[in-house]
Design a binder for this molecule. Structure first.
Ligand SMILES: Cc1cc2nc3c(=O)[nH]c(=O)nc-3n(C[C@H](O)[C@H](O)[C@H](O)COP(=O)(O)O)c2cc1C
Length: 222
């Protein structure tokens, strides 16, 4: 059995990010009964924090690659380190991940980073996928990517995936009924039209990325 972990860092259960996670999961599960998918919704966990700089992960002889803090995120970090594929999903908030996704990433990556060699290496190699949803159109992605790329690159290098998958849904529909909200500056009609034209393709891209990850996980040496 190969395990794929989807970490959903979006706070809303039934909106854009969750839907792409559903599609990714469907794609992965469809490949083989040998693929198991675990889903963690970070906002459903009891409150946790980002890295608290305890530096326990840097104690000589105790560098396990795993965050030492035993709180509600510990099981998810353990699962991420032991998975056969990792998908990290987040809506874009202020050009970055949500706060809980950022907290998860700090505690995932800092234990992988050596302050002796400055290499960043996870204990186990696995394929990686990023799933993002955002108000911004595709044309704004290069600016947003500047905020994401340092950590994205560190995770990819650490996991040994030279070509992680990126699933990005742009110009998402942020609320079900725009008429109830003071949001006219967003041009709701344009978002609704974009969704009509592109959402099925976004879901298909998420399904394809899930399939591809499952195939890579199955192809990896046991
Ligand atoms: C606090 C907050 C900050 C946001 N910042 C951005 C942003 O910087 N860029 C962007 O494109 N969208 C931004 N958005 C919009 C969300 O990324 C977008 O609506 C996303 O699809 C929501 O995902 P969800 O439907 O899964 O909750 C922001 C939304 C919120 C609530």
């Amino acid at each position: 059995m190969k395990k794929i972990l989807i970490v959903d860092g979006g706070p809303r259960r039934n909106m854009n990010t969750a839907a792409l996670c559903d599609a990714f999961e469907e794609g992965a599960r469809g490949v083989s009964p040998e693929i198991g998918v675990e889903r963690v919704r970070l906002y459903d966990l009891p409150p946790f924090r980002g890295c608290i700089s305890c530096l326990a992960c840097k104690l000589k002889g105790r560098e396990t690659g795993l965050c030492a803090v035993r709180d509600s995120l510990a099981d998810t970090l353990r699962a991420a380190n032991g998975a056969d594929g990792l998908a990290i999903a987040s809506p874009i908030y202020f050009s970055e991940w949500t706060a809980m996704t950022r907290a998860f990433l700090e505690r995932l990556v800092f234990p992988w980073l050596s302050y002796e060699t400055f290499s960043c290496s996870a204990p186990k190699k696995m394929p990686l996928a990023w799933i993002y949803t955002m108000n911004a159109p595709e044309s704004m992605m290069p600016g947003i990517r500047q905020h994401l790329s340092i950590l994205e690159g560190a995770v990819a290098r650490a996991l040994g995936d030279p070509a992680p998958a990126f699933v990005e849904a742009h110009s998402t529909v942020q609320v079900k009924d725009y008429s109830r909200y003071a949001m006219d500056g967003l041009d709701p009609a344009a978002h609704l039209a974009w969704r009509e034209a592109h959402w099925d393709a976004d879901l298909a891209a998420a399904r394809a990325a899930g399939r591809a990850m499952a195939e890579k996980a199955l192809a990896a040496k046991r």
